[in-house]
Design a protein around this ligand. Structure first.
Ligand code: GLC
Length: 741
C-alpha cells in the first residue's frame, strides 16, 4: 500500500510541476525545468520499466510491415511497451491510454504515432506532387492541416516528413519525398517540420514530426526497395544528409532510421550515423526510432548472429526506440545486467522519450489529444478541404500544351476516358493515412460540375491487357470535340515495396491512346502516377499533357480548376523524367566527367541508342502563359569571403494569362579540389505576374551557399570562378560569372 501512496504523491508532484509552466519556454530537452521533471520520473523506474519506454508496437488496426504481435495490450499492461503506432481516433487512443494510466505501476502516458504523410482524413496530394508546387507556404499548410486532424484524432506523432533524396524512379518510395534535389528537399523538409510541429508541441493542434529514413534509403541499388546502399562519405554528406540536418535545425522532434546499410553498416546499428553524426556533430536532442523490425533485421544483414546481439548493437550505437522488433523488450534488461550495454545508454534514451511526453503535455493530461468532440469538429472541415484543393492545383505540372489546347472552354464536348478518371481510391496515392476513398471527388465528378457536355468511358483498366472497352472509347471520341484521357499507374503501384524494373505506362493504356489519336480529335492526357515514367511515346501522341500525380481527396475539383483555366498551372518537376530506364540513375546535377558529350566526337560520354538528355529536365513545367527572362545581372563579379552578391533577372509575362512562375537559381563551381556538379540549385522564388507585366527577381548568394565537402573532407568553400544560372528550369537559363576571393 505504502508504495502506491508514494507513487500517487509523486505523480501529483509531476502534475504540479508541469502545471507551473505554461509558456512554450521548453525549447528543448536540456531545459533545466524539464530535466528535473524527467529525472524525477526516471529515478522511480525499474530497469524493466525504463526498457518498456524504449518499445513501440503496432496495434492491429493497420499493418505497415511484415509482422504483428497480438499481445500488445498485455505488454502495455505489464509496462513492457510505452508507445503504440497505427492506433488512432480519439476513442481508441483514449481506451489504450486508460490501460497505461490505470493498470501500470508507473502510469507513464503512451505515445501514439502514425504515418500521416500527406494528410490524416483530408488527404492532400502525395508528397512528390506537393513538392512539384515548389510552394513552401502551400506545403507547410498541408502539414499543418494534417497535424491538426491527426492531433484531433488522438495522435501525438507522425512518421513524416520522409526526406530521402531519390534519383531512381524505379524506387516506388520516390513518391513519398521531395525528389532528387538536396536544396529543394531541404527547404521542403523545413516547411513540413514547421507545419507538423507548429510553434510548440504543447499546442493541441501539433504533433511530433519524424525525419526519415536516416540515411540514404533513396539510394537503394537498382532502385530496388530495401537494397544495399553504398556511396562515398562525400556524396552522403553533400547530397543525402542535408535535408535531415535542415529538419533538425527546424526543430524536428524525432528521427527514424532506414532499413538499409550504408557503407556496410545497417543504419539501425550505425554508431557513425546515430552517435558521430547525429549526436556529436549535429547535437540532436530528440529521440531516434528504428523502422519496422529493423533491429531484428540486423541478423538478416549479417552483422550479428542473433536478436540479442542485434539489441546490443543497436543500443550501443545510440538507438532510443525499437519499432516492432521487441529486441529491446526481450534482451535489453539482460544485456545491461551482463554489462554488455551500459545502463547510461538506457537512461539517455528514456530521458529523451520522457522529455517528449512532457513536452506534449501528456503528464499534465494523458487524454488531452483524445477528445471526440474536437475530433468531430476538425476532421474534413470545409476549410481543410479547400486547402487540399488549393495545394493540389498548385502541384500539377503542365508538360505539353500544343496550340494552347488548354484550358478548355466550358462549351466543349468532352470524351473523358480512363479507369483512373472514375476512381476514388487511386486519387489518394500511397500512405493514405485514415483517408476515406468514399470522400474523394473523382475527376469525372469534378469535370461534370464544370463541363456540361461530357461523356465518360473507361476504355481500359490500368494494368490488364483487356481491350474490350476500346470500341466505346473510340466511338465517344469521334462524337466529341476533345478527348481527356486519364492514364498512369494505380495508386498502390508506388510507395513502399513497389519498385518497378520498367517504368512504362502499364497495361494497354498507350495502345488506347494511339487509337484515340487516330480519330483525329485532340487528346489531353492527365498523368496519374507516383514516380517519373518513361512516356516518350505518350508525350508524342498527346496534344497536351498535365502531370496530376495523385491529387488527394479534392482531386476532381482541383483538376477541373486547372482544365477550365480557373487556375493557371505553375508546378515544376522535382524529379527528372528519363527517356528510358537505361538512363537511370539520371538527375540534373551530374559531374562533367573528363569526356563530356560532344556530338562530333566518338570518344565522349554517351549511349549508342539514346541521348544523354532526359525527356523532361528537373525544374521543368509550362504555364498557360509564357515568361521571358532578361537582364540577368550580378551586383558584383567578386564575392569576398564575408560578403555576398545579388543576382537579379527580369521576368516578363508575355502571354494571355496571369500566372505564377518559379524562378530558379543554380550555381556551378568551375574548379574545385574535387569534381563538382555542372549545376546545383541554390535558390528559387515563386512569383505571380499579371499578363503583360514584368517583375525583377533578386537572389542573394553568400559564400556558405557555395560550401561542400572538400578533398580533405572538411566542409567549406574554395576561392575561384563560379557560374550562376537563372531560369525557368535546370536547362533553359541565363548565366553570368563571378569570382569568390
Ligand atoms: C514502414 C515504413 C516507414 C513507416 C513505418 C511505420 O515500414 O518504412 O516509413 O513509418 O513502417 O508504419
Amino acid at each position: 500500500m505504502k508504495q502506491i501512496v508514494m507513487l500517487c504523491l509523486s505523480l501529483g508532484f509531476f502534475v504540479a510541476c508541469s502545471n507551473q509552466k505554461k509558456s512554450a519556454d521548453i525549447t528543448w530537452n536540456d531545459n533545466a525545468h524539464l530535466v528535473s521533471k524527467v529525472d524525477s520520473v526516471l529515478k522511480m523506474m525499474t530497469l524493466e520499466e525504463k526498457v518498456g519506454q524504449m518499445n513501440l508496437l503496432t496495434s492491429d488496426w493497420t499493418i505497415t510491415g511484415p509482422s504483428l504481435r497480438s499481445d500488445y495490450i498485455d505488454l502495455i499492461k505489464s509496462g513492457k511497451v510505452g508507445n503504440i503506432f497505427n492506433a488512432h481516433t480519439a476513442a481508441y487512443t483514449r481506451s489504450l491510454q486508460k490501460i497505461a494510466m490505470e493498470q501500470t505501476r508507473m502510469k507513464i502516458p503512451l505515445l501514439f504515432g502514425y504515418d500521416v504523410i500527406h494528410g490524416y482524413k483530408t488527404i492532400f496530394p502525395i508528397s512528390l506532387s506537393e513538392s512539384a508546387s515548389w510552394d513552401l507556404e502551400a506545403i507547410e499548410t498541408s502539414a499543418r492541416v494534417a497535424a491538426t486532424e491527426a492531433a484531433a484524432a488522438g495522435l501525438h506523432w507522425t512518421f513524416a516528413p520522409m526526406v530521402d533524396i531519390a534519383r531512381d524512379p524505379r524506387w516506388g518510395r520516390i513518391s513519398e519525398g521531395a525528389g532528387e534535389d538536396t536544396y529543394l528537399g531541404s527547404q521542403i523538409a523545413i516547411a513540413r517540420v514547421k507545419g507538423f510541429q507548429g510553434n510548440s508541441l504543447e499546442d493541441l493542434n501539433t504533433v511530433m514530426a519524424c525525419a526519415k529514413h536516416f540515411a540514404a534509403y533513396g539510394a537503394a541499388q537498382a532502385g530496388r526497395d530495401y537494397n544495399t546502399v553504398d556511396m562515398s562519405d562525400r556524396v552522403l554528406r553533400d547530397v543525402y544528409l542535408p535535408p535531415f540536418k535542415a529538419a533538425l535545425d527546424a526543430g524536428v522532434a524525432t528521427f527514424m532510421t532506414a532499413f538499409n546499410d550504408v557503407d556496410g553498416t545497417p543504419a539501425s546499428g550505425s554508431a557513425y550515423l546515430l552517435d558521430q553524426i547525429l549526436r556529436k556533430e549535429w547535437n540532436f536532442k530528440g529521440f531516434v526510432v528504428t523502422d519496422y523490425t529493423s533491429i531484428n533485421e540486423l541478423v538478416e544483414h549479417g552483422v550479428v548472429a542473433n536478436h540479442k546481439d542485434a539489441a546490443a548493437m543497436a543500443a550501443n550505437a545510440g538507438m532510443d526506440m525499437d519499432m516492432q522488433s521487441m529486441a529491446f523488450g526481450d534482451y535489453l534488461v539482460q544485456l545491461v545486467k551482463e554489462g554488455k550495454v551500459p545502463e547510461k545508454k538506457v537512461d539517455d534514451a528514456v530521458r529523451r522519450i520522457l522529455a517528449m511526453k512532457f513536452r506534449l503535455g501528456l503528464f499534465d493530461d494523458p487524454y488531452r489529444y483524445s477528445d471526440e468532440t474536437r475530433e468531430k469538429e476538425v476532421l474534413f472541415s470545409k476549410d481543410n478541404l479547400e486547402k487540399a484543393r488549393d495545394v493540389a492545383r498548385k502541384s500539377f505540372v503542365l508538360l505539353k500544351n500544343d496550340k494552347q489546347m488548354l484550358p478548355l472552354s466550358k462549351d466543349k464536348k468532352i470524351a473523358l476516358v480512363g479507369y483512373l478518371a472514375d476512381s476514388q481510391v487511386d486519387m489518394l496515392g500511397s500512405w493514405t493515412g485514415a483517408g476515406e476513398a468514399s470522400q474523394v471527388t473523382t475527376i469525372l465528378e469534378g469535370m461534370k460540375e464544370r463541363f456540361p457536355n461530357i461523356t465518360y468511358t473507361k476504355g481500359c483498366d490500368v494494368n490488364t491487357d483487356d481491350r474490350s472497352g476500346f470500341g466505346s472509347a473510340i466511338a465517344a471520341a469521334k462524337n466529341a470535340d476533345v478527348v481527356v484521357f486519364v492514364m498512369g499507374e494505380k495508386g498502390n503501384m508506388s510507395g513502399e515495396a513497389t519498385s518497378r524494373s520498367n517504368i512504362n505506362i502499364p497495361g494497354v493504356q498507350t495502345e488506347l491512346l494511339a487509337e484515340l489519336k487516330k480519330t483525329g480529335k485532340p487528346v489531353v492526357v492527365l498523368l496519374a502516377n507516383g514516380r517519373p515514367l518513361t512516356i516518350e511515346k505518350e508525350v508524342e501522341l498527346a496534344d497536351a499533357m498535365l502531370e496530376i500525380w495523385y491529387p488527394g481527396t479534392q482531386a476532381g475539383l482541383a483538376v477541373t480548376d486547372v482544365l477550365a483555366g480557373d487556375y493557371n498551372p505553375s508546378g515544376k518537376l522535382p524529379v527528372t523524367f528519363p527517356r528510358n530506364v537505361g538512363q537511370i540513375p539520371i538527375f540534373y546535377n551530374v559531374k562533367n566527367t573528363g569526356r563530356p558529350f560532344k556530338e562530333d566526337d566518338k570518344y565522349t560520354t554517351k549511349y549508342l541508342d539514346v541521348s544523354n538528355d532526359p525527356l523532361f529536365v528537373f525544374g521543368y513545367g509550362l504555364s498557360y502563359t509564357t515568361f521571358i527572362y532578361s537582364d540577368c545581372n550580378l551586383s558584383s563579379n567578386e564575392m569576398t569571403a564575408d560578403g555576398s552578391i545579388k543576382v537579379s533577372v527580369t521576368v516578363t509575362n508575355t502571354g494571355n494569362y496571369d500566372g505564377s512562375e518559379i524562378v530558379q537559381l543554380y550555381v556551378r563551381d568551375l574548379v574545385g579540389s574535387v569534381t563538382r556538379p555542372v549545376k546545383e540549385l541554390k535558390g528559387f522564388q515563386k512569383i505571380f505576374i499579371p499578363k503583360g507585366d514584368s517583375q525583377k527577381v533578386t537572389f542573394t548568394l553568400k559564400p556558405e551557399d557555395l560550401a561542400f565537402t572538400r578533398a580533405d573532407n572538411t566542409w567549406g568553400t574554395e576561392s575561384g570562378e563560379f557560374e550562376v544560372f537563372v531560369g525557368s528550369n535546370s536547362r533553359d537559363v541565363q548565366s553570368a560569372r563571378f569570382n569568390l576571393r
